[in-house]
Design a protein around this ligand. Structure first.
Ligand code: GLN
Length: 473
């Protein structure tokens, strides 16, 4: 069986004839089947993947293949692919077929990637463990008793279990980086507005970004380069030119790095992760980089701000699912009102219902100023303070997650415990800055954890180069 190392070496092997797309698809489908019990894939797209493989094999022979020729990609089940099902892992969209492709899918296909299927996730991307899917939980391939993280848990697990070469996820508060940390892979959340959200099923529109989960930092750079950039279908996408991220992953300047003292002093932080990040800081200092601890007293406000704003946006976004234009319609409905009520009650899972209610509450006339308005103000303060750090420093370094993958069911009863999983990741979404989680080490049980880096808006190039430098320690 072909052993995938990186997209670059795969391109070489395809050119040399050491492997071909058809074999890659067949073996990926066989591995997915073999690992079915992990519940990573909701569906594989056998027919279209095999067809694309033949097409790309012909292009390779003709010497006209794109930069992602033969790269087997999994899509999180909230990214639309024309004529394929997409459900956001919700019963409310069961059997819904997408009428168009997301911009990211169009761009991957234009470079001859092969989309193999859709991966399980938390329903509507709400969760940190992948236990909130209407189609059952995902098992972490590194230890099946534990969660893969969420919400893009299926995507991270698919890369970790070597079922695919690359997966796309979406990150609203950490959903790419946290599962990347739990599964030992690279996860990149681009700057808000770097990648088009056209064709991404919305959770919280001012936070959501699509990004890659990969084995290597170079692969993340290449995928970002291909999916990023202006798009007439998404008014929030920046028209800033896209850098050649994949060519420039070498760090060639003495950057200044900040670590947030409050993040490392956090009681909840696992001691192995803490000592690992301290070692990284020491190594960087030894190499002559300026690395300073900075204060960020707003840390404790991040999670509350995130949950007020995202639930508000979710309650609005999910208003479109009412059993009328599309999606699940309750067979028990008798009139218009009961169609809405019953379809939503039966179609949405508990966590999604909780967030819709919370969001409706914080937006309601009597509480708007106290919650939604206040959280908007705090968002501005957090952004200002974060950008103030970036006036002096090029990169902020933090842990990706407070701990390693936890056991299934261990955080189930108390949603707040689960929400605190996001303590290090939400800052990047609240402020819109790019962030990456890279594998940093393993604990005594051999379970991986990540290191997170953040950079100024649209400085993905420096972010990736710094990440690569640190990963080579
Ligand atoms: N865990 C966070 C939440 O439940 C993040 C989700 C995400 O990034 N999609 O909202």
């Amino acid at each position: 069986m072909y052993v995938f190392k990186s997209i670059a070496s795969l391109q070489n092997d395809l050119k040399q004839g050491n492997t071909n797309c058809k074999d890659l698809v067949v073996s990926s489908l066989a591995s997915i089947e073999e690992k079915k019990h992990l519940n990573i894939f909701l569906e594989t797209f056998n027919e279209s993947a095999l067809k694309q493989a033949d097409l790309v094999d012909a292009k390779i022979k003709a010497g006209t293949a794109g930069r992602l020729a033969g790269v087997i990609v999994a899509l999180k089940d909230n990214i639309c692919y024309k004529n394929h099902k997409v459900s956001a892992s919700s019963k409310i969209l069961e059997n819904f077929t997408s009428l168009y492709s997301s911009t990211v899918v169009e761009r991957l296909l234009a470079e001859d990637a092969i989309i193999i299927g859709r991966t399980n996730c938390d329903e509507f991307a709400m969760g940190s463990s992948n236990e909130n899917s209407a189609y059952g939980k995902v098992l972490n391939p590194l230890n099946e008793k534990t969660v893969p993280g969420g919400s893009s848990g299926g995507s991270a697990a698919a890369v970790a279990a070597n079922l695919v070469h690359v997966a796309l996820g979406s990150d609203t508060g950490g959903s790419i980086r946290q599962p990347a940390s739990f599964c030992g892979v690279v996860g990149l959340k681009p700057t808000y507005g770097r990648v088009s959200r056209w064709g991404l099923i919305a959770y919280a529109s001012s936070f959501d970004q699509i990004g890659p989960l990969t084995k290597t930092i170079d692969d993340a750079a290449l995928v970002l380069e291909i999916i990023a950039g202006a798009d007439e279908f998404d008014g929030t996408v920046s028209s800033k030119p896209v850098a050649e991220y994949a060519k420039n992953t070498t760090l060639n300047k003495k950057i200044k790095i900040a670590y947030i003292k409050d993040c490392l002093d956090n009681q909840a932080l696992d001691s192995t992760i803490k000592s690992n990040i301290n070692q990284t800081i020491e190594k960087l200092k030894k190499e002559g980089y300026t690395v300073d601890g900075v204060d960020f007293k707003e840390l404790e406000y991040l999670v509350p701000t995130y949950y007020v704003l995202t639930t508000a946006e979710a309650s609005s976004n999910l208003g479109r699912f009412g059993g009328v234009p599309y999606g699940y319609r309750s067979p028990n409905a008798t009139d218009l009102e009961s169609t809405f009520k019953k379809s939503r009650t039966e179609g949405f899972g508990k966590e999604v219902q909780r967030r819709i209610m919370l969001g409706t509450f914080v937006l309601s006339a009597g509480y708007y100023d106290a919650y939604y308005g206040k959280a908007q103000q705090v968002r501005r303060v957090v952004r200002d303070k974060t950008l103030a750090i970036f006036k002096e420093y090029d990169i902020i370094i933090t842990p990706s997650t407070p701990g390693v993958a936890f056991e299934h069911g261990s955080k189930g009863a108390d949603p707040i415990k689960m929400y605190l999983e996001d303590i290090y990741t939400v800052q990047a979404n609240i402020t819109g800055v790019p962030a990456i989680s890279i594998p940093a080490g393993v604990n005594q049980n051999n379970m991986p954890f990540g290191l997170q880096l953040m950079a100024r808006p649209f400085e993905e190039e420096l972010l990736l180069a710094t990440a690569k430098h640190i990963s080579e320690f």
